[in-house]
Design a protein around this ligand. Sequence first.
Ligand code: SAM
Length: 338
Amino acid sequence: MADRLSPRGKVLGITAQVPLARALALVVELGIADRISQAPTTAAELAGELGQHPDALYRLLRMLAAEHIFKEDDEGRFDHTASSRVLTTDAEDSVAPLLSLAWQDIVWATYLEMPHTIATGEPAFDKAHGQAFFDYLSAHPEANALFDAAMALISGPEDAAVAQAFDYGQFTKIVDVGGGQGGLLAAILTHHPDSKGVLFDQPQVLAEPRYLTGPLMDRCELIAGDFFHSLPAGADVYVLKRIIHDWDDAAAIQILRNCAAAMGSNGRVLIAETVMKPGNEPDPSKAQDVGMMLLTRGRERTADEYRQLLDVAGLQLIEIHPAAVTVSLLEAGAKIAP
Ligand SMILES: C[S@@+](CC[C@H](N)C(=O)[O-])C[C@H]1O[C@@H](n2cnc3c(N)ncnc32)[C@H](O)[C@@H]1O
């Protein structure tokens, strides 16, 4: 479809997405999708209930309906389409947490500082918010909660796929490095009843590992620490999901070196990340890569870039296992002497 547009149409079409993107966040913020789930409603009724301007709200919803997000009937009532249902908070595939206006404000303020990143290579986030991304989250619990909710939305569906993409059962002890709330470790331990796990993360994150409950905790240790310093020694597998892409090469190599130093002689490092297609090949992770560059010092990488990173860290890429739509599992082990 996009290929049939004129060059001018294609470029202007991208710019025209801005009001749509902002409108989606506002619709979630106002709870419009949840309200429409109760019954199809006119913009005037919605505006009355929500204290908004009727004509302005109508025009916002009309714009979205033109993209098949909500649909308007002959009486002016807006109802759901498949695409508007994901804006409800209780949909199984809800995107609502990612679109919360407060979170989007933090991200959009960062986008405004894109020229800073392109001129200096430094994260726009730091200029917009006066602090590095993870420092800001530590200092702002509300923002941290929004980030956690957005991460859970992306990360949650990946956990089961990553837990099944590799035979963890052949190994005894698995460390989830920067494992957050323990979703991936819980999925791995559930699939592999003989395995034991370590959830390794910063102390404030380990206070309440939401997913490691009940009997799973009998096979699991929580260890707080700094992955730039050292990791629990002697385990068989060190899993890093959505960790390496948060960091520049020097920092990523330090984390991987610490995995190599900590693991047993036949150990494995498993990196769960998007593997970016090289060159001109279309790939949504190229936009995600720019997002990482603006927010953190991170980057998405191609298979060759991961191979090189592992090599410098004293590791060797063994195999890339497809896992979820969003991530693959890069399996690495100690370098074998030639
Ligand atoms: C993007 S989240 C990924 C969480 C989880 N692996 C997932 O896929 O949902 C990054 C995680 O790294 C942790 N982290 C950041 N810096 C760390 C450090 N220096 N040492 C240990 N963990 C750290 C954060 O607390 C957070 O849980």
